[in-house]
Ligand binder design. Structure first.
Ligand SMILES: Cc1ncc(COP(=O)(O)O)c(C=O)c1O
Length: 448
């Protein structure tokens, strides 16, 4: 497996924690050699709550949400992509910040509803929503359902008509734009399972169908070009493609979209060397591109929705582990085994993700060791970070893996009957468990 390969020339970077720049969350600081986030000593927290443990910096999340709102302005909407990180506490936080929520499927919708989220502010996604999920969304009066295929258009129409309601929808369009990111998280190209293609005429057929079907109100179009995007020019390309399509729709069907949803995708710094684009710049690029393209096409300006996930929560998240074993393989590499792994972080195995790690109880020291941090599961691919610089580790140390707030908890699993970690929100010196650790009883709760 090439992605496990260790670079024999790699050397520890000798950085201290404080030198990790944009990888650190807003409130991260080092005091008495310990890493603090949200005013909470993470090494202490690990000992109180046990490990593995997901920690989320609330100030970092709210800062990012507010940056998006400021960058896109009060006429547009910021819908957090729940697939990145979702539980009731997060839903309440979003509601408090006046944000919308993008849910993928019935489970995420159920979580949002159970926390009392205003369903008019919910956008329902998925490339193959079941009949039951669609009925649930319609009955919950979800603000928008994003239709992804012809079958869904027919199902939404029928289910809404049977219930005597009209459901507002968007159509997911493949703009044919290729974002520079890992192929597993690239979604806007023509060869994608998501949405209706433009070049093959499917998007135009879908618009025609949506305008004719009963029980449906077509409000606009949606695109999502991919995730962990650093070079943001493809967003402007997608806008130009959409504006051209809207010109066609205007002349063919006298239809102009009220809403344009441009999805999520902005990249974050997983490594100290990463230089992601600022939210402000993304906002300026998209709002300018839309204003110019729609003005030159003489079309009314649509309301914009953006659906950031990763760039809201990734940096806020830190996963804490306890070192169980340090295995120095002479002339090969040093394995550091922790009490979690691919069950709480599948991203390294799935996407070759890279992370920065520090020892929370030695955070002021230089990272003078080069190690491969591995989990406790029965797979050689159970790797958290390869060739990671870290302070010299010993059993009992608390490893903090940074930037793990997005697509970690939500992609977690029970492989090896591992219980999922608790989630703790930290803010102003207070740690609040917002999702308890699973128990062995939880593992058997579904068994009959
Ligand atoms: C439709 C849609 N919107 C938004 C997002 C969020 O993307 P990101 O977390 O990269 O911002 C995704 C991620 O896959 C998505 O599929």
């Amino acid at each position: 497996m090439a992605h496990l390969a260790h670079d024999p020339n790699a050397r520890p970077d000798e950085r201290t924690t404080a030198q990790l720049g944009a990888v650190l969350s807003k409130t991260a600081e080092v005091k008495n050699d310990h890493l603090f986030v949200g005013g909470v000593d993470l090494a202490e927290l690990a000992r109180e709550q046990g490990t593995a443990l997901y920690v989320m910096d609330v100030a970092q999340i709210t800062q990012q949400l507010r940056a998006y709102k400021a960058a896109f302005g009060p006429d547009n909407r910021v819908a957090f992509a729940g697939k990145a990180f979702l539980n009731k506490a997060m839903v309440r936080l979003l509601a408090g910040e006046g944000c919308y929520l993008d849910v993928s499927g019935g489970g995420e919708l159920a979580i949002a509803r159970s926390a009392g989220f205003d369903t008019a502010h919910i956008i329902v996604h998925g490339n193959n929503k079941t009949e039951i999920e669609l009925a649930e969304a319609i009955e919950a009066t979800a603000g928008l359902i994003v239709a992804d295929c012809f079958e869904e258009l027919e199902r939404i129409s029928r289910l809404a008509t049977e219930r005597g309601v009209t459901q507002s929808i968007l159509l997911r369009i493949k703009p044919g734009v290729v974002a520079d990111t890992h192929e597993f998280i690239r979604t806007g190209a023509e060869d994608s399972k998501f949405g209706f293609g433009l070049s093959d005429g499917m998007a135009q057929t879908a618009v025609k169908m949506a305008l004719q079907l009963p029980g449906i109100r077509l409000k606009g179009l949606h695109v999502h070009i991919g995730s962990q995007i650093f070079a943001i020019a493809p967003y402007a390309e997608a806008v130009a493609v959409l504006a051209d399509f809207c010109t066609l729709l205007q002349s063919e069907y006298d239809f102009t979209p009220e809403v344009l949803d441009l999805g999520g995708g902005l990249g974050i710094a997983y490594q100290a060397s990463d230089e992601p684009t600022a939210i402000k710049e993304l906002g300026a690029l998209i709002t300018t591109a839309v204003a110019e393209a729609f003005a030159s096409a003489e079309l009314p300006l649509p309301q914009l929705i953006v659906e950031p996930g990763r760039s809201i929560v990734a940096t806020a998240g830190i996963t804490l582990y306890t070192v169980g074993a340090v295995k120095e393989l002479k002339g090969i590499r040093c394995y550091v085994a922790v009490d979690g792994g691919m069950t709480d972080n599948i991203r390294t195995a799935l996407y070759d993700a890279k992370y920065e790690a520090v020892i929370a109880n030695k955070a002021g020291c230089k990272r003078d060791a080069l190690v491969t941090i591995v989990g406790k599961h029965c797979e050689s691919g159970d790797v958290v970070a390869i060739d990671a610089s870290i302070q010299t580790p010993q059993p009992g140390d608390i490893v903090a893996v940074l930037g793990t707030g997005a697509y970690n908890a939500t992609m977690s699993s029970n492989y090896n009957a591992q219980v999922r970690p608790a989630v703790v929100f930290v803010e102003d010196g207070t740690a609040t468990v917002v999702q308890r650790r699973e128990t062995y009883a939880d593992l058997m709760a579904r068994d009959i």
